[in-house]
Write a protein that binds this ligand. Structure first.
Ligand SMILES: Cc1cc2nc3c(=O)[nH]c(=O)nc-3n(C[C@H](O)[C@H](O)[C@H](O)COP(=O)(O)OP(=O)(O)OC[C@H]3O[C@@H](n4cnc5c(N)ncnc54)[C@H](O)[C@@H]3O)c2cc1C
Length: 415
């Protein structure tokens, strides 16, 4: 690997290393560099540089990977060089450890390793599909990364009419995968297998609408059915039932890489880096976290879910915290609220659920073709906004966080 970054950051330049170029990392990198461009006079932010480390030279639109898996979209990648600010240095490699005492990360590039020094580090390594149930990693597909989505597409394409596809999970990702495959291949038997209720997190009317669309797509579901083991072409459930399959897709939950834990940084029980209300690691002021891979202090983050809709604003806030640190200012506390949850149901339908700032559903939503159109425009917006942040820091804005008093919500719903 190049020795370009091996030297310690120079005394005059504040080097920010962004680990992971997903929704959070790209937004953080662009906002820091665009803020640098706008800095004037003696502002220390004028002297910063950003190095982005990511295992591939592309940004992956993970929120479209079910489309790739079902063959309704050829690819879901955008070259990082097009998406990142022109001055962001890109290192294609994986960070294998963080040495917080020496402020260096060790990076694996092919068979070589080298280290990169930093003044501030943005930890934004995202998540992948949790396949810890016995046999899931061996016998089940998933759609959590590009390679997996492409493998799934190849397996689904090869299926003969009447073949059985079982999608394990009942949340948004499982619903999006099952409906996308069901819509693309109406000749297959697609069934969801869920430990709880399918779309059980939705309010009643929304859930009914989503289930009606699944029914129209001939996607069936089994609820309260916990899969305890996957074997070759067989799902084994907690009550002893054996369900055969030709292709199994695991989409029950996300898991995060163990980089923070391996590096001796504090994590929650799921391995997510613990950060305070400014997104600063609870161990080290030089480490700031964003996206799926972090657990945000509950006073500002109890309502946050692992989602692109969370990762992008957290990336923006991580940038604000890093900039404050450079300037010797107090870092701002996060205030992040939601407006909608949305899911696609094949290419011709979708569901948009309006929510309160704390992500609790409001009593209205948008379904059908309009829901699909809005979901598609949101997917496009994510990439457009990341690109806009190359020269307009703050181009991507989100609502303020929830008000502390739930009585306000009850009053609002009654209106
Ligand atoms: C099929 C599917 C559909 C989804 N649909 C939606 C949706 O409709 N709405 C929504 O809000 N969310 C959705 N999600 C969830 C969403 O994709 C994630 O929450 C989001 O990608 C998290 O963003 P992130 O920036 O934290 O991480 P990621 O987007 O996962 O990016 C992390 C980056 O870090 C890199 N990385 C990992 N380890 C290292 C390392 N050691 N060194 C360097 N780089 C590393 C990864 O390769 C990746 O490029 C969906 C997910 C899937 C799989």
């Amino acid at each position: 690997m190049t020795n370009l970054h091996s030297a310690r950051p120079s005394a005059s330049t504040h080097r920010v290393v962004v680990v992971g170029a997903g929704y959070a990392g790209v937004l953080a990198a662009n906002r820091i560099l665009a803020s640098r461009d706008q800095a004037r006079g003696a502002d220390p932010a004028r002297n910063c540089s950003v190095v982005v480390i990511n295992p591939r030279a592309d940004f992956v639109e993970r929120i479209r990977l079910h489309e790739v898996a079902a063959g309704t979209r050829a690819a879901a990648t955008v070259p990082l060089r097009d998406l990142l600010h022109r001055d962001a240095e890109i290192v294609v490699g994986s960070v294998v450890s963080i040495d917080k005492d020496r402020r260096r990360v060790e990076v694996a590039v092919g068979n070589c390793t080298d280290s990169v020094g930093y003044d501030s580090l943005v930890y934004a390594i995202g998540s992948n599909t949790d396949r810890s149930v016995p046999g899931a990693a061996e016998f089940a597909h998933h759609a959590g990364d590009v390679g997996a989505a492409e493998d799934l597409r190849a397996s689904v394409t090869a299926l003969a009419p009447g073949s059985v596809v079982r999608v394990v999970g009942g949340g948004s990702t499982a619903i999006e995968i099952a409906s996308e495959i069901g819509a693309a291949r109406s000749d297959l038997d697609v069934e969801m297998v869920s430990a709880g209720g399918v779309a059980g997190f939705m309010r009643d009317a929304a859930r009914k609408s989503v289930l009606a669309t699944l029914r129209r797509l001939r996607v069936t579901w089994r609820e309260d059915t916990r899969v305890v083991e996957v074997r070759d072409r067989e799902l084994h459930t907690a009550d002893g039932t054996v369900l055969g399959f030709d292709v199994c897709v695991w989409a029950a939950s996300f898991a995060v890489p163990d980089l923070a834990a391996r590096s001796g940084l504090s994590t929650d029980v799921d391995g997510r880096l613990r950060v305070d209300s400014t997104l600063t690691s609870t161990d080290d002021a030089a480490v700031v976290g964003a996206g799926d891979a972090v657990a945000v202090a509950s006073e500002v983050g109890a309502h946050l879910r692992m989602a692109c809709a969370t990762a992008m604003p957290l990336g923006g806030h991580a940038a604000a915290t890093v900039l404050a640190r450079m300037r010797g200012e107090r870092a701002p506390a996060l205030s992040l609220g939601f407006m909608v949850q949305c899911m696609s149901l094949g290419r011709k339908a979708g569901y948009l659920q309006f929510v309160h700032a704390d992500d609790v559903p409001r009593p209205f939503g948008v379904s059908g073709r309009l829901g699909a159109a809005v979901k598609e425009s949101i997917c496009r917006m994510t990439v457009d906004k990341m690109r806009a942040e190359q020269n307009r820091p703050g181009a991507y804005r989100t609502p303020k966080g929830p008000r502390p008093d739930p009585v306000n919500r009850i009053a609002e719903d009654a209106r």
